[in-house]
Design a protein around this ligand. Structure first.
Ligand code: UDP
Length: 242
């Protein structure tokens, strides 16, 4: 049976392109079938950062799949007439791990603290026994170690690489390997901390009320300065239409 081709449309939110699609998992799997590429999970904070940091803006523009990770981005798309479901990166990443385990994909994990990475590798081994984890490294290596690590990682020929180094480093690092990498490469922020159990995701009712950001702020008060980008994003979106 022929595969159904889905063609996401890239729509700008404050000048930063995001792909409008009904099924981000299908898009990601199709991208893997085309040889792979970079997946970016866009939220309001990252959109504002991209407007101020041309390097990050260029990385997002050059990404192969940009998914609407944040409620703010979904809201901004809605104001332009695009009704999309929010696609949290942590959920797509987990679905890709499940898919990888079922289809024999070679998986690599990069980032988070050494303790979190150890716990994560053990947990994934238990939770996804079919997972072919071919390479992993925590994210607190010295600058001098990275070239060798990159070579090792590329030599492991992964189908899926999840990268938890924080925004924008994870995105720019993935970009820096383009031309040498194949497979899907995705920045996942704090997902490893959540999967390892050291951080919690907001409860479902808070997610439903679109206030996951508030939960994050209470858990990590040091993020308050970064989070000023959220009202700035809302004001910029409202002004655009006014
Ligand atoms: N991290 C890392 N190396 C660093 C800095 C951060 O591996 O030099 C990890 C950190 O331990 C955490 C993730 O990157 O697991 C970033 O998580 P955060 O929730 O801050 O993500 P963001 O909101 O920046 O996407």
């Amino acid at each position: 049976m022929a595969a159904i081709e889905t063609a996401p449309q890239r729509v700008p939110v404050l000048g930063v392109g995001v792909d409008v699609s009904s099924d981000v998992l299908a898009e990601a799997i199709a991208l893997h079938g085309r040889g792979g590429g970079q997946i970016v999970t866009l939220n309001a904070e990252m959109t504002m950062a991209a407007r101020q940091q041309p390097e990050l803006g260029a990385v997002i523009a050059g990404a192969d799949l940009v998914i609407p990770d944040g409620a703010g981005v979904v809201w901004a798309l809605g104001r332009q007439g695009y009704r999309v479901r929010r696609a949290p990166g942590i959920e797509l990443a987990r679905q890709l791990l499940d898919h990888a385990a079922c289809h024999g994909w070679r998986v690599a994990l990069v980032g988070a603290s050494p303790g979190v990475m150890d716990t994560l590798v053990q947990r994934l081994g238990r939770e996804l026994p079919g997972l072919r984890l071919v390479w992993s490294s925590h994210g607190y290596r010295s600058g001098a170690e990275w070239p060798d690590l990159e070579r090792e990682l590329l030599d492991a020929r992964p189908d899926l690489v999840l990268v938890a180094l924080g925004v924008p480093r994870q995105e720019t690092w993935i970009r820096s390997l383009s031309g040498r990498r194949r497979g899907l490469w995705m920045g996942v922020g704090g997902s490893f901390d959540v999967w390892a159990g050291t951080k919690k995701r907001a409860p479902v009712w808070m997610r439903a009320l679109q206030i996951e950001w508030l939960y994050r702020l209470v858990q990590e008060p040091s993020r308050w300065r970064r989070m000023l980008a959220l009202p700035e994003f809302a004001i910029a979106v409202l002004r655009q239409r006014g």
